[in-house]
Design a protein around this ligand. Sequence first.
Ligand SMILES: C[S@@+](CC[C@H](N)C(=O)[O-])C[C@H]1O[C@@H](n2cnc3c(N)ncnc32)[C@H](O)[C@@H]1O
Length: 283
Amino acid sequence: MEKEFSMLFRPVMGDADFLRISKFIHNECGIRLPMNKKVMVEARLLNRLRDLHILTYSEYISFVFDSGKIDPEVNNMIDVITTNKTDFFREAAHFQFFVNEALPEFVSNHPGKQFRLWSAGCSSGEEVYTLAMILNDFGLENSRFLFKILGTDISTRMLLAARTAIFAEGKASPIPSALKKRYLLRSKDRNKASVRIVRELREKVEFKYHNLISDALTNYDTFDAIFCRNVLIYFEKETQMKVIEKLTKVLRSGCYLFIGHSEAIMNHNLPLVQVGPSIYQKQ
Ligand SMILES: C[S@@+](CC[C@H](N)C(=O)[O-])C[C@H]1O[C@@H](n2cnc3c(N)ncnc32)[C@H](O)[C@@H]1O
């Protein structure tokens, strides 16, 4: 009898198959996947096998890589393998520094100039919309303050979610209530328990596909702040330094780069000076 893909059937990934995926993800996205991540990769790809009615990981890998052209399934694979955990107001001390130091400095040094911010590795957009709320509030107190935010990621699924700007109500709990009132719309459908970011903010943000290890930014010159938090941690040292160098190039002098609290930039020759926990200023 032909084997059916039931919920009880769990295929096992061979080491050679895992190494093929891990090499591809490393080359394509810079993400390290040592052998101890095999169980995680197996678990994350299982639903892809189920959706495609494919019974083994070997068959899935041939489907993705051996078709002669890179199969569109590659995007789905990257989507499930990347870790996309994010939150509104994550690592909140950064936002205090941003409002108390970075923004007042910017308006006094560049009155009337539009503030341009890049959230690199933005996942489903919570960081971008947190910053949009903060920047918009800053604009309410500082007339003529204009801003634009670019959010980029390699996960097309996350970018799609970010563009819709709809979040489960529970996800909004770290947002201060005054900001919730100003910037969140409740779903009209009471059963849905979701919120949407108001149009006024959605119009000030843009989400684009961008691979930090291989793509050049186009149409964008320099940024007045860059947030690249909880992304470098997935790369090895050499790749981290290449990415940081690239971010530094497009950061304006005197402006700030924010990385994740568990990340650090060490032993570098870049024009960056640490001014706070995971906060660097370009000289
Ligand atoms: C853990 S999330 C961090 C989200 C947000 N910055 C935060 O701190 O909450 C990491 C994101 O980095 C993205 N990422 C991983 N490798 C990348 C690459 N090579 N280029 C761009 N984004 C990448 C992942 O898709 C994921 O959405």
